[in-house]
Design a protein around this ligand. Structure first.
Ligand SMILES: [Zn+2]
Length: 375
């Protein structure tokens, strides 16, 4: 008896989740349309809509144009009924974003703060977070949690940052974050988090390779919408693939790694560390800078072609350089086309959607994904 009851409760919950997801994806719909599309009875839909409305997740918002008979009420998601926070920790900065249920950035802030593995740093991190929440005027009940992205390799159970070159640490316990932050925390690798942001709500992409072209080169592999982490959480370390035998030195100590040819530093080192200035000068047809850029694109096209040959899936360019790539995308595509043994057009290649803070957004979305699954 109990078993049967539990089962029917579960079915009700599954129905409610399916209905919510349909409203979420449709942007706007009606009771009748939900019933038709999901093959559910009107009373079942009505009952579930009532619960979703009581939970503050959906609302009626006007009426559809009449097609004869009574006008149908428009049902939409309340996209900021819950909010998730994302923090991206880098060597010198902390970025914070608040994100609504759709993945839109509500507010973002970036502060200069050198990372230190000390109680004092984590205490200040929490103060920065609390100030952000206060300035945003978000009520605490709405906050699902904080997703934290770090430039490092995490342990399988996500309890340790095993290694981070940028943060100069090894074997740091992630509970350092939990101890100082009062919200539920999830920790993620920065490139993995960015790949989540870049594929959020995209129905046509299940498999991608994400390349992060920031001050170091990282990456993430998404297979069947799940991050492929590898045997040692080190998959997608695109920066340390060898591109030129015995080539330029990489920070890892080896020679000829992708990082030595494709990091944002390869460009910004020509303009006193200022990447924006690099692109400003490039746009003024400076010959020296143009040669640096042409070489950069050429090496990048090799990396992209290798990844396409290996995975035969979409490749997304992100990170600091990815944010500037739109303007030069056709040049890059042509170089990639020339290397491709099978395809004439590089339609698999995409530029990142989030020009800033993709890692913080992706980390925040981990909480949103959990929440939507729990409805
Ligand atoms: Zn390397």
């Amino acid at each position: 008896m109990n078993f049967e009851k539990k089962n029917s409760m579960e079915i009700k919950k599954i129905n409610r989740n399916i209905i919510y997801r349909l409203i979420y994806k449709s942007k706007k719909t009606s009771k009748q349309e939900i019933a038709n599309r999901l093959g559910m009875s009107l009373p079942t839909v009505t009952q579930n809509l009532k619960i979703l409305k009581e939970e503050g997740l959906i609302m009626e918002d006007g009426e559809f144009e009449s097609t004869g008979g009574r006008k149908a009420k428009t049902i939409i998601c309340i996209k900021d009924s819950k909010v998730s926070l994302g923090m991206d920790i880098t060597k010198n900065h902390i970025s914070i974003v608040s994100v609504d249920l759709m993945g839109n950035i509500i507010k973002s802030n970036r502060v200069f703060k050198k990372f230190k593995n000390t109680d004092c740093y984590f205490k200040e991190l929490n103060e920065i977070l609390e100030n952000f929440v206060e300035d945003s005027k978000i009520s605490r009940e709405k906050i699902l949690g904080v997703g934290i992205s770090v430039p490092g390799i995490l342990s399988n159970d996500k309890r340790y940052v095993l290694y981070s070159h940028a943060l100069e640490l090894s074997n740091m316990e992630c509970k350092n974050f939990d101890e100082f932050i009062s919200y539920s925390c999830v920790i993620s690798n920065d490139a993995n988090a960015a790949s989540i942001a870049e594929t959020w709500n995209l129905d046509d992409i299940n498999n991608i390779v994400y390349i992060s072209l920031s001050n170091t080169v990282g990456g993430a592999i998404l297979l069947n919408n799940k991050i492929y982490e590898g045997g040692n959480q080190r998959s997608g370390e695109i920066g340390h693939m060898t591109i030129i035998p015995d080539g330029k030195g990489c920070y890892c100590g080896k020679k000829g790694c992708v990082d030595a040819y494709s990091s944002a530093l390869c460009l910004s080192k020509h303009t006193n560390g200022n990447l924006e200035e690099f692109f400003n000068i490039l746009n003024k047809d400076n010959n020296k800078i143009k040669k640096v850029w042409d070489d950069y694109l050429n090496y990048l096209s090799i990396v992209i072609n290798n990844l396409r040959m290996l995975f035969d899936c979409n490749v997304i360019l992100g990170g600091y350089v990815g944010a500037y790539m739109e303007k030069y995308f056709n040049d890059l595509k042509e170089l990639v086309n020339n290397r491709n043994a099978f395809e004439r057009e590089s339609n698999f290649l995409r530029v990142c959607r989030y020009k800033k803070e993709s890692s913080a957004v992706g980390a925040a979305l981990i909480h949103i994904d959990k929440f939507i699954n729990s409805i």
